[in-house]
Design a protein around this ligand. Structure first.
Ligand code: LCV
Length: 259
């Protein structure tokens, strides 16, 4: 059974993440279906994509599929991790992708939403960045996404507390473009998409790629990179990393010991 629902109409493509039983946890299977669909949309010349959960969803995405995180001793968010593959596929898709957000957005789900070009959310939506809750070492790409989108003190609060922030605060921070009531959000998003597809697709796709390249341009020395990787290894080699995953599996609060 497919984990997504897809539709195309008038050069606008829609991908509905539809793995409700696992709250749209970003499993390799779900991610593969999304990336295969984006490839098909690219072939069809789709000029705007809407990425969403089903209407009225309480959870947009529960983030990385925790059951697929590797055991202690292996980088859980390396280059080839499916979540990183999906984020690059969204960022490199040659047309705008609009996140239509209802419900809670958790962990890597926030990165997927923030990788989209335009975000429109209902008032009830929330956004939580959760590696600290799981004992996971956030990766460089994820940290850079946050640094590009929100002021450092707010990024630190979201990362250190792992607590959700409401849509109003996300809009004040510029994380999301618009807040729309559940009964209005669909019409609004597809009107926005219609404006995009009426414009020059070459001009739009080149500007999207220029913005991606410039916003990811960061001078980083090999020493800096290796220091960061060494710091992250301390985390994913730790007892606490294993404790975070076990606690989720056993549906209990983690007991982190700082080792
Ligand atoms: C696998 C899940 C998940 C899930 N994975 O429903 O950003 S990082 O670095 O942290 C990155 C590593 C990352 O993204 O990590 C994941 C971060 N996500 C979270 O911490 C959210 C974890 N999920 C929850 O807190 C709750 O599931 C929410 C609040 C999303 C929904 O709560 P609700 O009561 O509606 P359940 O918790 O009962 O979940 C329903 C089923 O989905 C599974 C969960 O294990 C349960 O499966 P079973 O029915 O088999 O028990 N599930 C939920 N999230 N991220 N599986």
């Amino acid at each position: 059974m497919s984990l997504i629902i897809t539709e195309t109409q008038d050069a606008i493509g829609t991908i509905v993440m539809n793995h409700i039983a696992k709250r749209n946890a970003l499993s390799e299977a779900l991610i593969n279906e999304i990336t295969v669909t984006l490839d098909a949309f690219r072939e069809q010349g789709i000029r705007a994509v809407v990425l969403r959960a089903p209407t009225g969803a309480k959870v947009w995405s529960a983030g990385h599929d925790i059951s697929e995180l590797p055991n202690r001793g292996r980088d859980p968010l390396s280059w080839n991790d499916p979540l990183r593959v999906l984020i690059r596929a969204i960022q490199e898709y040659p047309a705008p992708i609009i996140a239509l957000i209802e419900g809670g957005v958790w962990g890597g789900g926030c990165e997927v939403a923030m990788a989209c070009d335009i975000l429109v959310a209902t008032p009830e939506a929330t956004f939580a960045i959760t590696p600290a809750k799981l004992g996971v070492p956030y990766n460089l790409g994820g940290v850079l996404t946050l640094m590009n989108m929100i002021p450092l003190p707010v990024a630190k609060e979201m990362l250190f507390t792992a607590q959700p922030i409401p849509t109003t605060q996300a809009q004040n921070l510029g994380i999301i473009n618009h807040i729309k009531a559940p009964e209005d959000i669909e019409t609004f998003v597809y009107d926005l998409a219609a404006h995009i597809v009426a414009n020059s697709p070459l001009s739009v796709s080149v500007m999207k790629e220029e913005l991606r390249l410039l916003s990811s341009a960061r001078a980083i020395t090999p020493e800096l990179f290796e220091r960061i990787q060494g710091l992250r290894r301390i985390v994913y080699d730790s007892h606490d990393y294993e404790e975070g995953l076990s606690a989720f599996r056993e549906k209990r609060k983690p007991r982190f010991e700082g080792r």
